[in-house]
Design a protein around this ligand. Structure first.
Ligand code: SAH
Ligand code: SF4
Length: 426
């Protein structure tokens, strides 16, 4: 499969005339960017990465090449359904078209820095998105589904107290191509490893690094490709956007593409949430829950999921569970139907926080259950590789010290694949 080959190693030179000139110029002006382009297989910024185009955008692209829409559909299927990374492999496209495409476009994967496999089958990939920025994707296999946790930003500006990504600060938004490259690589690598022709990833959760609704313009085309029948063909129920509460963008998403929604709540009142999720100062709880109720009208599921990360002595007390019940009841009257998902905190040193005990989580859950609220406790997965969503790339990333970061980037380039346990991903 092309996905593995492209992501794992250098592509070899693919120089185009205009690209050569530009590359030389950009090399002169910015050797760091040029080095990144080279590592990514092409120094030519004129060459479009087709991983970043939804079907309409690809049709426009083909139109500009004088090709009909059905050619775009063929190309799209080759890329996303068959994992092709090389136009030469697309044998039902005319040779002249393949050559034309090779001159102006590419299917550019992200370099893989490491692959870690948990004893429970969870797999975590660390990708290099340039300039010392690393992002992670996590595959979580279960008997009846395979979920991929996808990153939307390098770092995150929201800065939640309990989140390793938040502690790293914000570097930049990912491009559509970089969001989709995670799915493209994971899906086709896993198919190849497992010898499967059918879909391996059945669910996508935007719960990796970053706040997806603060990168809306790049997120939306990526979601379209996930849902497209000629792309990954996932239903709206099986694609979840998780947000810390970017209220205006929740409304936009409900009109543009209402996929399943998870809201990261973590506190039953504004005073505590202001502290844990600083974005709450801009969009306080009542506004957030009203926006959630409005979203629900368009949502593919009967409920909105509320994530609640259980922090010992901070938000896990019985009175706080009771306060949460009262809050949710008040908003139920406004049409909100909520499912509470209690997440065991994944500790990291800089947070100074601790995971609530299992007994405390259960006691908290019991209050919610006794009040008739749909409540689940998330199973921890991939603990041995720090793979839980929300705890991503922090160990190897430091956005505060640029020199250190660049030095690290050099070091990371040589990091081998880490095999924590050899169990296959099922
Ligand atoms: N920015 C979005 C999506 C990425 S975070 C959001 O906040 O919803 C995905 C989920 O992981 C969120 O529910 C987040 O609160 C949770 N999370 C972050 N850090 C965590 C940690 N250390 N332990 C457990 N869950 C965490
Ligand atoms: Fe950003 Fe989500 Fe982490 Fe908060 S929990 S810092 S919003 S990634």
């Amino acid at each position: 499969m092309e996905a593995e080959r492209l992501a794992a190693g250098p592509l070899g030179p693919r120089l185009h005339c205009a690209g050569l000139f530009y590359a030389a110029a950009s090399c002169f002006f910015d050797d760091r960017r040029y080095a990144w382009r080279l590592r990514n297989g092409c120094p030519c910024p004129m060459s479009t990465n087709l991983l970043g185009l939804d079907l309409d955008a690809l049709a426009d692209f083909c139109d500009r090449l004088g090709e009909k829409r059905f050619r775009a559909t063929q190309l799209f299927r080759w890329i996303h359904q068959r994992g092709a990374g090389d136009f030469a492999a697309m044998t039902d496209l005319a040779k002249s078209l393949r050559e034309k495409l090779a001159g102006v476009a590419q299917i550019r994967a992200l370099p893989v820095v490491s692959t870690q496999r948990s004893a429970d089958g969870t797999i975590k990939w660390l990708f290099d998105v340039g300039d010392g920025n690393l992002i992670e994707s996590v595959f979580i296999p279960e008997t009846d589904r395979g979920t991929l946790c996808v990153s939307s930003q390098a770092g995150c500006a929201v800065g939640c107290r309990f989140c390793s990504t938040g502690h790293q600060g914000f570097s930049r938004n990912l491009h559509t191509a970089e969001i989709l490259a995670q799915l493209w690589y994971a899906e086709h690598t896993l198919r190849r490893e497992l010898g499967r022709q059918d879909r391996v990833i059945t669910n996508v959760v935007m719960m990796g690094m970053g706040e997806p609704l603060q990168n809306y313009d790049q997120l939306l085309p990526a979601l379209r490709v996930m849902l497209d029948d000629h792309g990954y063909g996932l239903s709206r129920r099986r694609v979840t956007v998780s947000t810390s509460g970017v209220v205006p963008m929740m409304e936009r998403l409900s009109h543009d593409l209402p996929v399943a929604l998870a809201v990261s709540l973590h506190a039953p009142n504004d005073a505590l949430r202001d502290h844990l999720v600083p974005l709450n100062r801009k969009y306080p709880i009542d506004e957030l829950l009203a926006a959630s109720a409005a979203y629900q009208v368009h949502a593919p599921r009967d409920f909105i999921t509320f994530e609640y990360c259980m922090l010992e002595g901070v938000n896990d007390q019985i009175e706080q569970a009771q306060e949460l019940v009262a809050l949710m009841r008040r908003h139920a009257a406004g049409g909100l139907s909520a499912k509470l998902n209690l997440i065991p905190f994944n500790p990291f040193t800089a947070s100074g926080l601790r995971r609530s005990s299992a007994a405390q989580v259960q006691a908290f859950a019991n209050v919610l259950l006794d009040a008739g609220m749909v409540t689940t406790v998330r199973k921890t997965r991939g603990d041995d590789i720090d793979a839980a969503c929300g705890q991503l790339a922090g160990d190897v990333k430091d956005r505060t010290d640029v020199q250190h970061r660049r030095a690290r980037q050099g070091l990371l380039a040589g990091v081998p694949v880490v095999q924590v346990a050899s169990s296959p991903a099922r």
